[in-house]
Write a protein that binds this ligand. Structure first.
Ligand SMILES: Cc1ncc(COP(=O)(O)OP(=O)(O)O)c(N)n1
Ligand SMILES: Cc1nc(C(=O)O)sc1CCOP(=O)(O)O
Ligand SMILES: [Mg+2]
Length: 219
């Protein structure tokens, strides 16, 4: 296996859906199937929150969602839990600034995809130096999904990174919907990452399709 190319990573980030059991009112399997039908390009398993599954239940739930992704050839990324990602032979891992260091995670996962959450230029440069394949930048808008999220920062860091000539694949996150996604792309982002816009939609396929059509319309 070799590391994913910058171009392939950018393509995968276009509509990046993140979900765990606590983000859904409908059956999560149905939500994921519908999101894939609507055109998501990448999936992150993020099982967090008070009523989240743990231990064997978490492992089994991840396996079920991973098998849906495999059936449709959507790469499956695991949030935070490197050991789970390795046990499942997932396609990659996403970590934040409060998780294990990117350098340590890169050593553990070899050439699997590594995403790192970043909130300023120093964190972006460090993530790249330590082996990130992409960076998440957020929260772009305010979000109620992540209890410990920082204040909304709009697209200014995306612009700053691009103005420095850094071409790392970037995905924006936080409060994004098809109504407000355009500035992320126009500032130099390669895609949008969403939870609520799809997971709590009454029609997840339609919401995913609307996001895909918007992103596709921006080139
Ligand atoms: C694509 C993407 N970007 C950012 C995050 C947030 O990661 P982190 O800061 O580690 O917070 P948690 O998601 O672990 O609560 C993400 N998961 N995905
Ligand atoms: C998981 C996560 N990380 C963020 C960050 O800023 O790093 S914001 C966020 C929550 C995104 O959920 P929604 O699309 O429902 O706002
Ligand atoms: Mg994390």
């Amino acid at each position: 296996m070799t590391r994913i190319s910058t171009k392939d990573m950018r393509d995968l980030l276009r509509v990046y859906f993140i979900m765990g059991s606590t983000n859904c009112q409908l059956d999560p399997k149905h939500v994921l199937e519908q999101a894939i039908k609507g055109g998501i390009s990448l999936f992150q398993f993020r099982e967090k929150g008070n009523a989240a599954f743990t231990d064997e239940e978490k492992f089994h739930f991840a396996q079920v969602l991973q098998s849906i992704c495999k059936k449709h050839m959507i790469p499956f990324i695991v949030n935070d839990d490197v050991e789970l990602a390795l046990a499942l032979n997932a396609d990659g891992v996403h970590i934040g600034q409060d998780d294990e260091s990117a350098e340590a995670v890169r050593r553990k996962i070899g050439d699997k995809i590594l995403g790192v959450s970043t909130h300023n230029l120093i964190e972006v440069e460090k993530a790249i130096a330590e082996g990130a394949d992409y960076v998440g930048i957020g929260p772009i808008y305010s979000t109620e999904t992540k209890v410990d999220a920082k204040a909304a920062q709009g697209t200014k860091l995306i612009l700053e990174v691009r103005n420095k000539g850094i071409n790392v694949p970037i995905v924006g996150i936080g409060g994004i919907t098809s109504e407000n996604a355009a500035p992320v792309m126009k500032s130099g982002g390669n895609g949008v990452s969403v939870i609520t816009a799809i997971s709590l939609s009454a029609d997840p396929a339609k919401s995913a399709r609307e996001l895909k059509e918007l992103i596709d319309s921006l080139g």
